[in-house]
Design a binder for this molecule. Structure first.
Ligand code: AR6
Length: 169
């Protein structure tokens, strides 16, 4: 049984087995959560991302997939990088967003992670409306069978926190 918990705060401050990064397919960093994770986690994360680009993901990590690296200086063992879809009006890409959660949990299971922190993937720079991002996140985690014991959604601001809290009720 996976417990779903919510916290308002900074994902880089979490003490968990794995922190999920809302990355882009280059795996080479960016703004938002991605920038914060690389800043706080230090260069070891980027080094491994570069190795992954060179060995496995020459064309980039496809949208909806996930891959793990060290967590560097974060209080975690791994960072699981996933690439959310950009929100587009007139095209339902929620299956790709659901895939981010499923694939991240699959990678977490492979690693043996028991506690995993997720941000609201795609709900920042990628433009996904928070209400729908929260619905997909909660529904997908609830429907995924995993050995992860705690999935912790870490929401940056109060509005995002309240939106996730409504979805959980
Ligand atoms: N802790 C928790 N949540 C955060 C933090 C933090 N430190 N910082 C931002 N958020 P985003 P995306 C929230 O933009 O939409 C990057 O450039 C934020 O308020 O980080 O998937 C990547 O390289 C929002 O609710 O991710 C990609 O190019 C949520 O996290 C692109 O942005 C996700 O916002 C990915 O965009």
């Amino acid at each position: 049984m996976t417990a779903i918990t919510l916290i308002q705060g900074d994902i880089t401050q979490q003490s968990v087995d794995a922190v999920v990064n809302a990355a882009n397919s280059s795996l080479l960093g960016g703004g938002g959560v991605d920038g914060a994770i690389h800043r706080k986690g230090g260069p070891a994360i980027l080094d491994e991302c570069r190795d992954l680009r060179a060995s496995k993901y020459g064309k980039g990590l496809p949208t909806g997939q996930a891959v793990a690296t060290t967590a560097g200086n974060l209080d975690a063992r791994w960072v699981i990088h996933t690439v959310g879809p950009r929100f587009l009006t007139g095209e339902d890409r929620s299956e790709l967003l659901a895939s981010c959660y499923r694939e991240s949990l699959r990678v977490a299971d492979e690693l043996g992670a028991r506690t995993v922190a997720f941000p609201a993937v795609s709900a920042g720079i990628y433009g996904w409306p928070m209400e729908d991002a929260a619905r997909v996140a909660v529904e997908t985690v609830r429907a995924t069978s995993t050995a992860v014991e705690e999935v912790r959604f870490v929401l940056f601001d109060e509005q995002a926190y309240e939106t996730f809290a409504r979805q959980l009720r």
